[in-house]
Design a protein around this ligand. Sequence first.
Ligand SMILES: Cc1cc2nc3c(=O)[nH]c(=O)nc-3n(C[C@H](O)[C@H](O)[C@H](O)COP(=O)(O)OP(=O)(O)OC[C@H]3O[C@@H](n4cnc5c(N)ncnc54)[C@H](O)[C@@H]3O)c2cc1C
Length: 414
Amino acid sequence: MRAAAVAPPGRLRATFLAQPHLRVLIAGAGIGGLTAALALSRIGMTVALFDQAERLEETGAGIQLSPNATRVLIALGLADRIEGAVVAPAAIRLRTSSGRNIATLPLGAAIAARHGAPYWVVHRADLQRALLGAVKAEPRISLTLGAKVDDFDIDAAGVCAFVCGTACPDGTDERGSALIGADGLWSTIRYRLGDLAPPRFAGRTAWRALIPAAILPPQFAEPMIHLWIGPLGHLVHYPVRAGAAIHIVAVARDPWQSAAWDTPASREEVLARFPTPQWAGEARDVLAAAERWQKWPLGDRAPSRPWGRGPVTLLGDAAHPMLPFLAQGAAMAIEDAAVLAREFARRPDDPAVALRRYEATRQPRTERVQRAARRNDFNYHLGFPGAYFRDATLRALGGERLIARYDWLFEWAS
Ligand SMILES: Cc1cc2nc3c(=O)[nH]c(=O)nc-3n(C[C@H](O)[C@H](O)[C@H](O)COP(=O)(O)OP(=O)(O)OC[C@H]3O[C@@H](n4cnc5c(N)ncnc54)[C@H](O)[C@@H]3O)c2cc1C
């Protein structure tokens, strides 16, 4: 079940410029911050990466990486580090919660041929390990954990960030030519830039679990993304870890609000939200197979501008948090990283200009994706009669035309 990578031209490596005088500070070493650090180092920049966490660990969850994201990761030279852990699903099987087939959207070789890059599903920890390994192997990047970027000042020489945490208990000032806030949904850098409004809770909770593939019948380990949609919620499951484990995410309406990422939840709590007869036995069997669950409330923001000021900007969820209903949050962070490096390579003499050009390129696209993700919230969870007409329309279109509707998303290249 090892996936074949389609290697695009190494764009990021091709734009190497030696810029040793430029030191970029990045707050946050999530998928966005790690990818940005790598992309900037590949064009010759020095990067100081800080994360408030003492250890970078990803809880048991999977992630879909569409060709617009895998193209960047492969160009950064990550294929060798990650290929052994990914699955390239052959298709997305879309069903109603009662189990009726709606459509099968082809992925696999078809999508790799169409877009020149594969569609992968991967355990987040495996993606993070690959990114972290590449970051640690890069002498231009320093990574400090237990280091929260709490504030910054802009002056004529660039930016001075105030960093505190267990790595520097008394706090320390870090100077850079630019500061990138890749610090997630609850971004401190966004707040310090003047956006004091908290993110919006969507009134939905996602429960996620990872189970050994061996405890389910063999068809669940086949390379396929299963998406079940119903008025009460939706369910996604697919194999990760080269088919050895199954990732499950179940989303339902729920008023719970919290900023935590790893709240434990019980199997009973999940099953209660996916009751019979609305949910097919097969869907409930998948849910019942997982004993340990974690949950987190879903949130986003409406698209907003500006993202930054002077030599400071935002990237990833800090800039454009979105609902996960298009599976594009991390993909957008990865795209951001590639564009950031491209614009720094074009205007290495003027970080503020490079950052405004980065923002101007990224904003229309990420806004479109944020809106499309919110629309999917509405479309996935329609009740009767809307669901009836939705399903009839999707069936009539068929899988090939449905996946082609995402060409605008997947064919992107920096
Ligand atoms: C249920 C669910 C499923 C999803 N599925 C997909 C999917 O299939 N495909 C996809 O592309 N996306 C998916 N996403 C979205 C994706 O997880 C996020 O968009 C992505 O992880 C955002 O990455 P980031 O680096 O911007 O932020 P984060 O991952 O939130 O990382 C931010 C980092 O910053 C650190 N930090 C925070 N504040 C500070 C500070 N002040 N100083 C220093 N460090 C700080 C944090 O410790 C953290 O490490 C999903 C999201 C959810 C909720």
